[in-house]
Ligand binder design. Structure first.
Ligand code: HEC
Length: 138
């Protein structure tokens, strides 16, 4: 597959530069460009994948109570007593370890479970969710 792509790129290059024959060093140059470009694309998509994950998980699993905006003003959020995470005071009272523990093990208020433990989230994903919720702060 790789060789075919490089051969095609060579052909395009030849057409582009008015039928100039492609020599070995041109070909090396094209190959380097293709390599650099694919590495750059991979790096960018790896970065955005991490950031999108917390948002996707939050919107799928958490927003129904905490709200997409973190205010907890959803039907379920109000019923369960979710706090307003845009409030700087709420954010200040919430410690990272407590947030982590609540997401991992669930959260009880007066002995009643108001939030279930998360399922199938890695520690890194949980940390990503805590970081995501911190951004609600106004
Ligand atoms: C069924 C409703 C519900 C769902 C779904 C839910 N939560 Fe909660 N969560 C609550 C309630 C209620 C509280 C307690 C009041 C508060 O802190 O907002 C809480 C508390 C928290 C806290 C603070 C814990 C503390 O020690 O004060 C964090 C952080 C949190 N939730 C994150 C999440 C994340 C992340 C998700 C999604 C994976 C999620 N919650 C899903 C209802 C929910």
């Amino acid at each position: 597959m790789g060789t075919i792509q490089i051969a095609n790129a060579g052909r395009l290059w030849r057409i582009g530069s008015a039928a100039k024959p492609v020599n070995q060093s041109d070909r090396d140059c094209i190959m380097k460009r293709i390599l650099t470009l694919s590495i750059a694309i991979m790096a960018v998509s790896a970065l955005s994948a991490g950031a999108a994950d917390a948002k996707t998980t939050y919107e799928k699993d958490c927003a129904k109570c905490h709200g997409a905006d973190g205010k907890g003003e959803t039907k379920m959020g109000k019923k369960q007593g979710a706090k307003d995470y845009t409030d700087a005071k709420v954010q200040a009272e919430l410690k990272d370890e407590a947030a982590f523990k609540a997401i991992k093990e669930g959260y009880k208020k007066d002995g009643k479970e108001v939030m279930k433990p998360s399922e199938g989230l890695s520690d890194d994903e949980i940390k990503g969710l805590v970081a995501y919720m911190r951004k609600f702060k106004k």
